[in-house]
Every structure is written in C-alpha cells, then in structure tokens.
Design a protein around this ligand. Structure first.
Ligand SMILES: Nc1nc2c(ncn2[C@@H]2O[C@H](COP(=O)(O)OP(=O)(O)O)[C@@H](O)[C@H]2O)c(=O)[nH]1
Ligand SMILES: [Mg+2]
Length: 637
C-alpha cells in the first residue's frame, strides 16, 4: 500500500508527511541498517491494524512525475495538497492531470496552512474550496472529502488520519485484485553492499514476491533468486502489490535502474504496444499522426515512435495509437505511462498512455482496439486470436496478454470453443513450466484457412491435370509453413480434401486416368454389352459389374458413344451391334405389317418389359418409327 503526495511547491507536503509519520523526507537518509537503504522521499506510517503504509513525497516537479510513474501501479491513494492561503497554482493543475493520466483512483484533498488562512476569514477559505471543487469536477477527486489541516497547530490532523484510514481500506480492496496479476517490480535503485550482495528497491506494481522466488531480470533474461526482503525497516517473507521494498537478490551483474523483475513464464517483452493515448488539456499543440516521444514507463524512460490511429490528437482528447520502441520493453496490460516531448524548455509532459495489447501487429485503423477496449473478456480473447492469425496463440499466451491467470479464462474459452468462435488445435508443452497448454485459433481464421487450402489444391489441379494431387509438404509451405498440428487438423477436418499417401487432392476430383486405361475400360464395357445384347444391366450397375471407378466408366462410355459403338436409351447402354440387328428385324416386320404393337415388339426383342419402352422410344427419337396411339408405324416407307 502506497500513498503519494501531490501539489504545488511550498504548499506544505513535506511538513504534512512529517506530522503524519514523524519522518522528514527532505532530510538525507541516515538509515543504512544491514545495507538496506530506504530512498529519500519515502516515509511510512503504521495503521491501527499494524499494517505499514508507504508514503512517497519527493521534492520538485520533475521528481514528482518520475516517482509517480515509478509507483503508478502501486500508488493507491494521493494526498492532493493545496495551501489554503494561496489556492490553486500551476503545478496543482499539472499534478492533478498527471495523477488522472496514471489512472490513480483514490485521493484526499488536503487544504494545508489552515492556521494562516483562518486569519483571512472563512469566506476566503470557502472561495478556495469552491475553486478546488471546480478543478476536480469530473476527475477521480470529484467526490473526495476536503480536509482542512494545519501542520503547525495539528488542527484537523486527527480527522485527516481517520479519512486516510477509511480510504486505505477501500483502496486495499482494489489492490488485492492485483495480487493475482503477473508479477511486475520495476527497479528504481540498485546497488551492491560488500559481503551482502545486490540490493534493488522499488514498488511492487502487481503480484507477490516471496523469499526464495526465482525471478527474471527484464529486459535481460538473467534469472535471479530473492534472498531476503525488507520493507520499511522490517524483514518480511512476502510482499504484495503496492508495497515498497528492498530486495536482496543473487544477480551476476548490477541491474540497471529501470530493469524489471518478473516471473520468467509470465513475461512478455514487446517492441510494439497498442495504447489508449490521452493528450493533456494544456498541451501546447496537437499531436501529429507520426511523432517521437519519450515514454516514462515504470522506472525507465524510452524513446518511442507514436503512430496515431487517427489523423491528429487535439489537447484534452484521447485516441488509440501504437507505440514502437527500438528494443523490446517490459510492460504489462493496463500499465500507465507518461508521454513527454523535448522542446527548448526541456522535457515537457504532454500526455499519457494506457497499455492495451503487447506485441501487437502493425495496424491501419482502430477497429480492433475499439472492440478490445470496450469488450468483455470473451471479446478481448477473440481480438487477440484475430491478431494472431493462422499461428494462433496458446492459452498461456492469451492470459499473459490480458494480464490474467489461465484459470480465469477457462469459462470464457470453453464457451467460445462450443460456439466455434475459437478452435482447439491441440496441446503444447509450456516452455517455462512444462505443463500442457491449449493451442487456440480464432474460428474466423480457421474458416479462412479452410477456404485457402481448398483454393491452393484446386489451383494445383488446374495447373497439373495429369498429377494426382499436390505434395503435402508443398501445400504446407504455400500456407506459410503452418504449424504441423494445425496443418494435420486442417487436412482431417476438411470435407473437400483427401490425403493419399503424401499428396492432397480435392474429394470430387478422382485421380486422372490415362488414355490406355480408358480404352481398356471401353473394351470391357463393349464386350459385356455385346454379350448381353438387348438385355444389358442398368448403366448405374456397369461400374460395379466391371470393377471400374465411376470416372473411368464415364470416360469409357463417352468414348464408345463418340465412336458410335453404343447407344444410350433410358437407363441402359446397348451395343450398336444389337440395336442394328433389331432395326433389321423391325424393318422386315413392317414389310408385312402396317403397325407394330407392344406385344409384337416384345416378340422381336425377346426381353422383359423393362427394356421395351426405352428401345421403342429410341426408334421414335431416331425417326424410324412413329407412335400412333398404342401402336407404332414405320416412317418414310
Ligand atoms: N503556518 C503554517 N506553515 C506551514 C504549514 N505547512 C507547511 N508550512 C510551511 O510552509 C513551507 C513549505 O512547506 P513544505 O512542507 O516544505 O512544502 P512542500 O514544498 O510542499 O513540501 C515551510 O516553511 C513550512 O514550515 C502549516 O500548516 N502552517
Ligand atoms: Mg517538499
């Protein structure tokens, strides 16, 4: 739990901290007990519960901005100080804007030097209070109580202590929610003590640290072990979110200010971050679509390119943007950063950014970020999977990107799997902890992939009509060297593809048949039809009878029809030979008869009735006979 002071210079911040804690933060630190030093600007007070609450009070505007960002994840409550005899001043506004940018949620407004202001009259103090209310309207301080105090006479101090106690309890509930988040401990000081080892100090933004933990020192990947923890002069076994501590770690080399302690498998360093960017109302000019800024993040400052996802950002407005760093930075979702630009007067704070997605792809518009930032957990998962494309993500990667633990995602993922919004590709062993984690792909990309693979196979068939199909490995390469498991699942699940040995072909496409095979098939069809004369099997039965594939039979029959060796009548093929012989018999019948009845035809054909109608209709169609009522006559006698 950390409290911070904010407010204009000389408004009584340090005096107030001294009255509350007995510690003068302006004095140089004299404590060097066991080598663990607490930094200047840090004091602490003990709650009635015995819990120690840290208090940050740094002199000067520059240090204020830096220490606020350094503690941003951890600063739970701000004591917003305004001298009652002077009222609002430039830094009062600036500090309020910065606290808002940093996402600080709880605060108290403290009117100091009330002993002096009282000599100016109650009306004067009320006027200042109404100025304060006007300034804080719409900010996190809108509903905060205004507490009047004097650090000189101690008037109002007990009331302030009660107010702090109440607010700390409220803030603590919020802070507890962050204990489960991935660990993030930005180092603000590192030094070594002879015979003792390496000491690092900082505020724990999220997670918990316990003696014996093995952590990683980001952006390097060195693993370090926590040997001991000290917080506010006490040896502790564990610290939680918002606690300021000095850690004795086993490190090869001295870590730099700005390095971050993380848990190895919870950590995602990224060069590109999606952010929600806000420009301060009193920024001197709008921010261009492409700008260069300094980003204060944790205890480090980085140069970054800003790419706004809209043409321009006016002072006081917010928009989505991407920050591109020269090298990967250690960040976490929802981290608050401060943006500064350099001008002739030095570095000026112009705005802030809240991290949305780490390691995002380059974006052209803010569509996805809009749904991501306004959506529920399921929508956020969907957005991340969409970003990941055909690669997909493991469940632990999704969790990492959302800054939650895997088990918090279980319900949401199960629902999405059921509704096919996402697809389970398989399981992958986690590199860091060895447990299995599911490999997921967005349902949207899965459908795209199915269409794409079909298209490639079709294209291959078109270009290579004589080949049976595309070699499997060639197909996988065309799909951008798809993950082996994804590729195999795709082949299994696609209803339009068949894998034969090491080639893939479309289901509806049979292996192409050579001319020789077609001729052989045609010969066997013709032999059977000739043998059976006017009593052939149904056309649909020929393939099985002759053990030919449908395609081979189709091609053989087409050839025989072209060569006029068979005719098609109804559901049957007849050999030309049998039909010609029948035609001769018909003609000789008509030499002695005017008409031909069905019974007479049956006697000529010598086959069962099912063949008669197709045959009779064939002769009608060929304009040899003409049907008149129940009988047939010969045409062109
Ligand atoms: N009379 C009176 N003087 C105060 C009070 N608080 C601070 N001061 C004086 O105001 C000056 C600036 O105080 P300081 O705490 O250093 O302000 P800071 O710059 O905001 O930390 C010092 O001379 C203090 O003694 C107060 O409540 N009453
Ligand atoms: Mg001071």
């Amino acid at each position: 739990m950390i409290l911070g002071t904010a407010g204009h210079v000389d408004h009584g911040k340090t005096s107030l901290v001294e009255v509350l804690t007995g510690i003068n933060t302006d004095k140089l630190p004299e404590e060097k007990r066991r080598g663990m030093t607490i930094e200047p600007g840090f004091a602490h007070l003990t709650r009635s519960t015995g819990e120690v609450v840290g208090l940050v009070d740094v002199p000067g505007h520059e240090k204020f901005v830096k220490s606020m960002v350094a503690g941003a994840g951890g600063i739970d409550v701000v004591l917003f100080v305004i001298a009652a005899d002077e009222g609002l001043m430039p830094q009062t506004r600036e500090h309020l804007a910065i606290c808002s940018l940093l996402g600080i949620k709880n605060g108290l407004i403290v009117l100091t030097k009330i002993d002096i202001a009282q000599t100016l009259g109650e009306e004067f103090i009320s006027l200042i209070e109404s100025d304060v209310r006007a300034l804080t309207a719409g900010t996190f301080l809108e509903k905060s109580p205004i507490v009047r105090v004097s650090s000189k006479t101690r008037e109002g101090i007990p009331a302030l202590q009660t107010a702090i106690e109440t607010l700390v309890s409220v803030a603590k509930k919020g802070a507890n929610r962050h204990e489960n988040r991935p660990l993030y401990f930005p180092i603000d000081r590192a030094f070594s003590v002879a015979g003792f080892g390496t000491i690092v100090t900082g505020v724990l933004h999220s997670g918990t640290i316990t003696v014996g933990d093995e952590l990683a020192l980001s952006p390097k990947t060195e693993l370090v072990r926590v040997r001991s923890i000290e917080s506010h002069g006490k040896r502790l076994n564990t610290i939680g979110t918002g606690q300021r501590a000095a850690l004795n770690i086993s490190a090869q080399a001295l870590p730099g200010r700005g390095d971050v302690l993380v848990r190895p498998h919870e950590y995602a360093a990224a060069r590109r971050l999606d952010v929600s960017l806000t420009l301060l109302p009193d920024a001197k000019k709008p921010l261009g679509k492409r700008s260069v800024v300094t980003v204060l993040m944790g205890t480090k400052s980085h140069e970054a390119k800003v790419r706004l996802l809209q043409p321009l950002l006016e002072p006081g407005q917010s928009c989505f943007a991407q920050l591109l760093f020269d090298e990967a930075v250690a960040s976490y979702p929802k981290q608050h950063c401060v943006l500064r630009v350099n001008n002739s007067a030095g570095a000026v704070t112009v705005g802030g950014a809240e991290v949305l997605i780490l390691g995002a792809p380059k974006r052209r518009d803010d569509q996805l970020l809009k749904s991501f930032s306004s959506g529920n957990l399921a929508t956020k998962v969907d957005c991340l999977l969409r970003d990941a494309g055909f690669r997909g993500l493991t469940l632990s990667q999704v969790a990492l990107h959302l800054g939650v633990h895997e088990n918090e995602l279980k319900n949401s993922i199960d629902e999405q799997l059921a509704s096919k919004k996402c697809i389970l590709i398989g399981y992958i062993q986690h590199l860091a902890h060895g447990e299995k984690t599911s490999h997921l792909m967005s349902g949207f990309h899965w459908q795209r992939l199915l269409r794409k693979v079909n298209y490639f196979v079709q294209q291959f068939h078109d270009k290579n009509p004589s080949l049976p199909g595309i070699p499997k490995e060639e197909l996988r390469q065309r799909l951008g060297l798809l993950h082996e498991k994804t590729f195999n699942k795709l082949l299994i699940e696609s209803k339009t593809l068949v894998v034969e040995e090491s080639t893939v072909r479309l289901t509806q496409r049979e292996a192409p048949i050579g001319a020789e095979l077609i001729h052989a098939a045609a010969a066997s069809v013709l032999a059977l039809l000739t043998q059976l004369g006017l009593g052939p099997p149904l056309a649909s039965e020929l393939a099985t009878k002759l053990r030919l594939t449908d395609v081979a039979l189709g091609q053989a029959c087409a050839l025989l029809l072209r060569e006029n060796k068979v005719i098609k009548a109804g559901d049957f093929y007849f050999s030309r030979e049998a039909i010609d012989a029948l035609e001769l018999k018909l003609r000789s019948h008509f030499e002695t008869h005017e008409t031909l009845s069905t019974q007479e035809l049956k006697e000529l054909v010598q086959q069962s009735r099912k063949f008669l109608i197709p045959i009779a209709e064939y002769f009608d169609r060929e304009k040899i006979t003409l049907r008149v009522g129940d009988v047939r006559r010969l045409r062109n006698k």
